[in-house]
Design a protein around this ligand. Structure first.
Ligand SMILES: N[C@@H](CCC(=O)N[C@@H](CS)C(=O)NCC(=O)O)C(=O)O
Length: 226
């Protein structure tokens, strides 16, 4: 049975964004069942967990064949054997890989820098000074991304693919801002991806343990944002 590690609970700002959702979503699209192995913060530093994920993070993944970490690599691995996530022809596969890496390497750093400022450092003086430039760079990247998408529904060959899982997840990390509203084609793209039943199942399954933890300890839910 495929196994994916995930957290038992994370603070509200991270709920729905933890990177195991990338893997859960890919597995759902591929029609593959899996077990989620839930870990607590106390498990992250254990030698047993570090052997699976050297940085103590989630997700880690194992199936009958391989053990892996790095969500992008895991999604790519799952996609290689799934028509739902990757076309059969070489040109199509190359395009999926291209856009999957574009999401992680050419878009995510800009989104992550803004999120780091807004979610962890908003009240710091350096963050207030740096934020306008970070947002300006991000907006330029989003404008280029929107142009690249054009009037297509999906990034690689205009069919849903593993690349869209990564790109959607990256863009979702802007949902604490209104920035995406200024890029309507990208906002529609994210909405289209989030409407997929496989995404909804992945999200619900990530949230399930968080809700259970909060039902047992209501103080954990304090500060929830949508
Ligand atoms: N590049 C890694 C990053 C994994 C990562 O940042 N995981 C976060 C959750 S989204 C985590 O486990 N954070 C806890 C920590 O770093 O201690 C991947 O994509 O798998």
């Amino acid at each position: 049975m495929i196994q994916v590690t995930a957290f038992k609970w994370v603070p509200p700002f991270a709920q729905g964004s933890v990177r195991d959702i990338r893997v859960r979503w890919a597995l759902e699209e591929a029609g593959l069942g899996y077990d989620d192995r839930l870990i607590g913060f106390e498990d992250q530093a254990t030698p047993e967990y570090r052997a699976l994920q050297p940085f103590g993070q989630v997700p880690a993944y194992r199936d009958g064949e391989v053990e892996m970490f790095e969500s992008g690599a895991i999604v790519l691995w799952i996609a290689q054997n799934s028509d739902a996530l990757m076309p059969a022809d070489d040109a199509g596969r190359a395009m999926v890989m291209t856009w999957l890496f574009a999401a992680m390497n050419s878009v995510e750093p800009f989104v992550a820098e803004l999120a780091t400022i807004d979610l962890f450092n908003a009240d710091k003086e350096w963050a207030k000074q740096r934020r306008p430039e970070v947002e300006a760079f991000l907006r330029k990247r989003l404008a280029d991304l929107q142009t690249a998408l054009g009037d297509r529904n999906w990034f690689a060959g205009d069919r849903f693919s593993a690349a869209d899982i990564l790109m959607t997840h990256v863009l979702r990390d802007l949902r604490h801002t209104a920035i995406l509203a200024d890029f309507p084609a990208l906002a529609d793209y994210v909405a289209r991806a989030e409407a997929r039943p496989a995404f909804k199942r992945a999200l619900a399954d990530q949230m399930k343990p968080f809700r259970a933890a909060e039902a047992a300890r209501p103080e954990l839910a304090a500060g929830r944002v949508a």
